[in-house]
Design a protein around this ligand. Sequence first.
Ligand SMILES: [Zn+2]
Length: 252
Amino acid sequence: MNSSYCTIDNEKMQTTVFEERRACIQREKRVKYSKGGDKMLKGLVYPPVCTLCGKIVGGENEKYCQACQKRLENRPKCYRTDGEFFDLCLSVFAFEEPLAETLRNMKRRKHPARANLLAKALEALVAEQGLTFDYITCVPVRWRQKLTRGLNHSEEIAVRLAKYTRIPYCRILQKHLRNKRQSSLSQKERKANVYGVYRLNRRWEGQLAGKTVLVVDDIVTTGSTLGEVARILKMSGANRVLCVTVAKSISK
Ligand SMILES: [Zn+2]
């Protein structure tokens, strides 16, 4: 009697365990399929695009479309700019079409997917060059400009780079004076035009001693703006100032 009761109990237990296991497998399958489904749906809504021109590419791992891939052949891996105050300034691409159009569009409105791709290109550059730093910041714009445009697109890229590198993004500087557009000026005029327009955010006073700061910007031309930013950072105690930009303006 007792043993038969035990048998029933064992059978019951085995049935329960079996059912639980089957339910677990089905749950796992559901999660697996829903994950795959999410990925598929994401791929349909946000298909992977070319970093430079924004055209849809074949797969998630393809960074560039065929035309841009061809454009990048025989190009240097990165571009270096020499200048005052910063220790190093590297750019990933040359400032030319179609990237130029992408960057112009990004100034006008948010393009999170493109900002992600450009930040990934900067992340690859930083890793390739073995750059190490304590903080990431960007070239600030005036609050009024940020208000009218709704964003500082260099900041959009810098914030994403911080996420990928796991180094904190900090608003270390502010632009407190208005100046002319750098693009309309000569090299000498650019330096004078940008002098004194940036300053340290008060809460960063005394915080930069011995630190290395990575400054992110979209384009570098003569390096005057980044030089001025680096001057303020060094005056505030930074040991090293490294600059990375998406593009470098190349004179033809
Ligand atoms: Zn392309």
